[in-house]
Write a protein that binds this ligand. Structure first.
Ligand SMILES: [Zn+2]
Length: 495
């Protein structure tokens, strides 16, 4: 059964939807995703970006028929990791094995802890680590980063000032386009103004730091440049340019992903550094950006009390796969309004598909023969995924399919064919299981209440039926009424 479709994808660089074909003519897509800065727990907005990248690479594999070499970096050195590792070092890090006064060791130990937390979170959300060809830590790639600084300097697009090295945007913009990913108003071009921070104002353009001079107590490496030795560390933008080159070159790679907030300055500057230092016209063919996640219609912030990590949501009883499913409910290029109600709706929708899959499993009863040339019954669903990874349209098509193809009207051959297609779909969506339906032990008092409620319904004693429904809910159960009988089901968590 073939699911292969040409994949179309919106490219921020060309501002248009284009068909994906590997740049190097092979069958492998080389894809780089800007990963987390490991200094605390990622929030659910960050998670949207990683799940979006995951679904994209899964679509490329299952729907596009490609191999994918997927790299996600770990930013373990920047302003925030240095600040927080030095604040943590006195009280916690000795217990974690770091030596006193060892800034390198403190940073490494501190960020290793948060990296493990991150890997645990993405795995919980259905991202498979074996789908990642590499998870490079920035501090393991200092040498190629230094080389890139030197190459940019030798090309004439960098200068040294007070122990740091800066990218000369004005000089670069005379020879190359700057503002290719994000249109920049010329009046916001502030030539000669230097920015040291890893993250800065999105509304102005300044010279940004490539190599940052060491401050007291900070971890540092020696950069040899222009006859000088400059102890310091790489700027954040530089890290991604060098790591994507080390692990995925030659440039351009096929796809570079990140949240829309990374488009400028982070991605614009990554691109400029690559063009300046590696002498290539492009770092990546596609630049793919996912939109923000809001909570209850507002920008997520700690002060508004609507800031959630994955752990916060799990503590409220939500299933991580329902959260993953909820993240897929909006197209990646639209703002996602995340609400608890939305997760509960996702839980119900996911459950409905899972029940259908269990019905298929029961129907096939181990019958597995699938004709290789058989048409794909979920053709429309795969078509929507191929169309700029339109997950909400794909899921709508899936629900339509379920409505018009009841399992009880299928023979076992048909059910096996449909079940096989659902398995392929699940290699993209990754929220269902084909394991047999779990046996649920229903306590006797719950059976008695359900029985009494059914009798009350038959007698049209609605008040009593409602009272018994509430009594069941208090015990954590609910009834699904059918024409000739009922099912007793546990209440979903989070309701
Ligand atoms: Zn990056």
């Amino acid at each position: 059964m073939s699911t292969v479709h040409p994949i179309s994808l919106y490219n921020t660089l060309s501002r248009s939807v284009e068909t994906v074909t590997p740049v190097d003519g092979s069958q492998t897509i080389r894809m780089y995703s800007c990963g987390p800065t490991v200094y605390n727990v990622a929030h659910i907005g960050n998670m949207r970006a990683f799940v979006a990248a995951d679904v994209l690479q899964r679509v490329l594999r299952t729907v596009g028929g490609y191999e994918v070499r997927w790299v996600m970096n770990i930013t373990d050195i920047d302003d925030k990791t240095i600040r927080d590792s030095s604040e943590t070092s006195d009280c916690w890090l000795p217990a974690m094995g770091s030596r006193a006064g060892d800034a390198h060791g403190d940073l490494r130990t501190f960020t290793a802890y948060w990296m493990q937390e991150f890997l645990h979170d993405i795995q919980t959300l259905g991202i498979r680590q074996d789908h990642l060809a590499a998870l490079p830590r920035a501090t393991d790639y200092i040498q190629p980063m230094q080389q890139l600084v030197v190459d940019i300097f030798n090309a004439g697009y960098a200068y040294v000032s007070q122990g740091s090295v800066y990218f000369n945007v004005g000089a670069y913009a005379q020879q190359h386009a700057y503002g290719r990913l994000y249109t920049i108003d010329r009046e916001h071009f502030r030539e000669g103004v230097r920015i040291d921070a890893d993250e800065y104002d999105r509304e102005s353009v300044s010279d940004f730091v490539l190599w940052k001079a060491q401050k007291d107590g900070e971890p540092a490496w020696d950069l040899h440049i222009d006859g000088q030795v400059l102890p310091g560390r790489p700027g954040w933008h530089l890290e991604c340019s060098a790591m994507s080159h080390e692990l995925l070159s030659p440039f351009p790679i096929d796809i570079h992903t990140g949240g829309v907030d990374l488009r400028f300055p982070h991605h614009e500057d990554e691109l400029a550094q690559c063009c300046a230092g590696y002498h290539v016209p492009d770092q990546s063919h596609f630049w793919v950006h996912n939109e923000f996640l809001e909570v209850d219609g507002r920008k997520m912030s700690k002060s508004l009390g609507n800031y959630y990590t994955l752990r916060d949501l799990l503590d409220k009883g939500f299933d991580p796969l329902d959260i993953r499913f909820a993240l897929l409910s909006a197209h990646y290029r639209t703002v996602l309004n995340f609400t608890f109600e939305g997760v509960r709706a996702a839980a119900a929708a996911r459950r409905r598909v899972q029940e259908y899959i269990w019905d298929l499993v029961d129907r096939t009863d181990g019958y597995e023969v699938v004709d290789a040339d058989a048409p794909n019954p979920l053709q429309e669903v795969f078509q929507e995924l191929a169309n700029d990874v339109h997950t909400p349209k794909a899921l709508a098509a899936l629900h339509t399919f379920i409505n018009v193809h009841p399992v009880e009207e299928m023979d076992e051959h048909e059910a096996a064919r449909v079940l096989y297609a659902f398995g392929l779909l699940n290699s993209v969506v990754a929220v269902w299981t084909a394991q047999p339906r779990p046996e649920i032990e229903i306590p006797d008092d719950v059976l008695d209440l359900a029985d009494a409620r059914w009798e009350a319904r038959l007698a049209k004693n609605w008040a009593e039926a409602d009272r018994l429904r509430d009594a069941l809910a208090a015990l954590g159960w609910h009834m699904k009424d059918g024409k000739d009988g009922y099912d007793i089901l546990p209440l979903e968590p989070g309701t």
